[in-house]
Write a protein that binds this ligand. Structure first.
Ligand SMILES: *Cc1c(COP(=O)(O)O)cnc(C)c1O
Length: 244
């Protein structure tokens, strides 16, 4: 009896379809406030730790772009949902020994944070005969422990300048994870900063570099991100509920 009641307490019912609808409505409202077209903002479902049944539900609710953090976890899940027409993004840090697998499984790698990684991905994509779309991850808060290139770094400029010879990569934009905070308004200056950086870099006109995409905003701050120009919000718990 005791066991049963504790189980009942921990199982929370999550309606993924309702959540997707609600998140989409909030994106549309944020676009309205910012006088943007809601068609310019992609909703990415972040499905790390989620079972394939949950991915299927979000897909059936109309989401076609998904993000996963770990190559190994994703490789284990993909077989069960390979027939779904999903655009898969890697949004977690990439170790060099997983890069070949990542290039094989993902259409996009959104966390390119060094020239060395870009060169490796380019070589592997070339070997696999594919073109990989990538975002450059920016450590927009210049945090000690965080992945991403420093906004003012020479390496960022070198990476973009190198794009001309990285023919199997297509740089599409920038991505950031601002410093953690409970208050979404505290993310706003960082989103602004990423957008301003993008505008600066775009003005420099690096050959073969596209900087149309700004991947920014998560469950707690995606509306602010949309107001500040995000083209892709990455929502996990807001769609699937709390991760266990
Ligand atoms: C987990 C994760 C998300 C989603 O976070 P939520 O707060 O659950 O929406 C977005 N982006 C990245 C890079 C993540 O690792």
């Amino acid at each position: 009896m005791k066991r049963l009641s504790s189980a009942v307490v921990t199982i929370a019912f999550v309606d993924i379809r309702d959540n997707v609808v609600a998140v989409r409505e909030r994106i549309v409202a944020a676009c309205k406030r910012a006088e943007r077209s809601s068609g310019d903002v992609q909703l990415m479902a972040v499905s790390k730790t989620q079972p394939t049944s949950a991915i299927r539900e979000a897909y059936e609710a109309g989401v076609t772009v998904f993000g996963e953090n770990r190559v190994q976890e994703f490789a284990g899940k993909l077989g069960e949902i390979a027939e779904l027409r999903i655009e898969w993004h890697l949004i977690g840090p990439l170790q060099s020994n997983k890069a070949a697998k990542a290039v094989e499984l993902f259409e996009w790698v959104d966390t390119v944070d060094s020239l060395k990684l870009a060169e490796r991905l380019n070589r592997l994509a070339g070997e696999q005969g594919k073109t990989l779309d990538v975002l450059v991850e920016i450590n927009v808060g210049a945090e000690e422990q965080k992945a991403g290139l420093h906004p003012q770094s020479q390496e960022l400029r070198d990476l973009l300048a190198g794009a001309e010879r990285l023919e199997a990569l297509q740089i599409r934009g920038l991505m950031c994870i601002p410093p953690m905070t409970d208050n979404p308004e505290e993310s706003r200056p960082y989103f602004r900063k990423l957008r301003a950086l993008r505008d600066d870099l775009a003005a420099a006109k690096f050959p073969r570099v596209e900087l149309d995409e700004l991947s920014m905003g998560m469950t707690h701050d995606f509306e602010v991100a949309v107001e500040e120009g995000s083209t892709c919000v990455r929502v996990g718990t807001g769609i699937f509920g709390a991760r266990t």
